[in-house]
Structure formats: structure tokens, C-alpha cells
Design a protein around this ligand. Structure first.
Ligand SMILES: [Zn+2]
Length: 154
């Protein structure tokens, strides 16, 4: 897994408007920017990017939202670790992967309990990726794929 400081470092070096601007034509609108949503077909722009919060959100039919990591995941169809690695490379951040985070549980636990613990663990880890107003589906998407992270992050 990636350490908290690595993720923060990457986030601090990116402006979400610049990043999304590479893929979507954005126009200034009020306190943010808007453009045509890259995740669903539309003719009038309902895709908003908020520089102050560093989040994006579609107010159209797909309702997607999130931050720089989730944008890249969704847009490129890649996993969370891949998105992190790509953004890190882009800004020259060295990745420290937090081994402790993926260490197995000390006590044997029932599969269901384990799943609940894992969910909590991930919720804690990824909660800050989702602003209170961003789409719940993004957060759920991240939580639903803990195994994918483990497999790749050894
Ligand atoms: Zn959309």
C-alpha cells in the first residue's frame, strides 16, 4: 500500500484543474470550471471541477465525482495503485509503499469478520478521497476492490 504521506505529497503537487484539463476542455464558471462530462455522453456541460476542494463532480446522468486519483482510474480504466504510480511519476514523487498496512491480521478471524475489518480499514484509508459532496459510488468502488490492491502491492 501507499503511505499517507506519499498520497498527500502527490495530491499537493497536482492541481485537479490542470490534470482534468488534459483530458477535458474546461471553461471557467463561477468559482470552478466546467466542461462536457468524459464519463457519459452529453451536449451541455454538467461536469464541474472545484479547484478549492480539488474534486470533480458530474451533475448529469452519470453523477460521477472524486479526486485526481479516481479521475484517472475512471478515465483510463486503471486500478488505484496504477493511478497513484502514474501521477507520482508525473510529478517525480518517490513512492513509499506502506507494508504494515497490508500485513495479515494477528488473530485468525472469521471470513465475514475479516471482510468487515477490511472494509473499515479501507474506509479509513480512503475516506478522505471522497469529499462529503462527491459521489458515494466512487468511494464504494474503491472499497469494493481491496483484493486488487493487495495483489498488485506486494
Ligand atoms: Zn457525467
Amino acid at each position: 500500500m501507499f503511505s499517507e504521506s506519499t498520497l498527500n505529497e502527490i495530491r499537493s503537487r497536482f492541481d485537479i484543474v490542470d490534470l482534468i484539463g488534459r483530458y477535458v476542455t474546461l471553461k471557467k464558471s463561477g468559482q470552478g470550471y466546467q466542461g462536457l462530462c468524459p464519463f457519459h455522453k452529453e451536449k451541455t456541460p454538467s461536469f464541474h471541477v472545484h479547484p478549492a476542494k480539488q474534486v470533480y463532480r458530474c451533475f448529469g446522468s452519470c453523477g460521477k465525482g472524486g479526486n485526481i486519483f479516481t479521475f484517472l482510474m475512471e478515465y483510463e480504466g486503471i486500478s488505484f495503485p496504477d493511478a497513484v504510480r502514474r501521477l507520482a511519476k508525473d510529478v517525480g514523487v518517490r513512492i513509499e509503499e506502506d507494508k504494515a498496512f497490508s500485513r495479515p491480521q494477528q488473530k485468525p478471524v472469521a471470513p465475514q469478520q475479516e471482510r468487515a475489518l477490511k472494509a473499515l480499514e479501507f474506509a479509513g484509508k480512503y475516506f478522505h478521497f471522497c469529499s462529503p459532496r462527491s459521489s458515494v459510488s466512487i468511494c464504494l468502488e474503491v472499497l469494493r476492490k481491496p483484493r486488487a490492491f493487495k495483489k498488485i502491492d506486494r
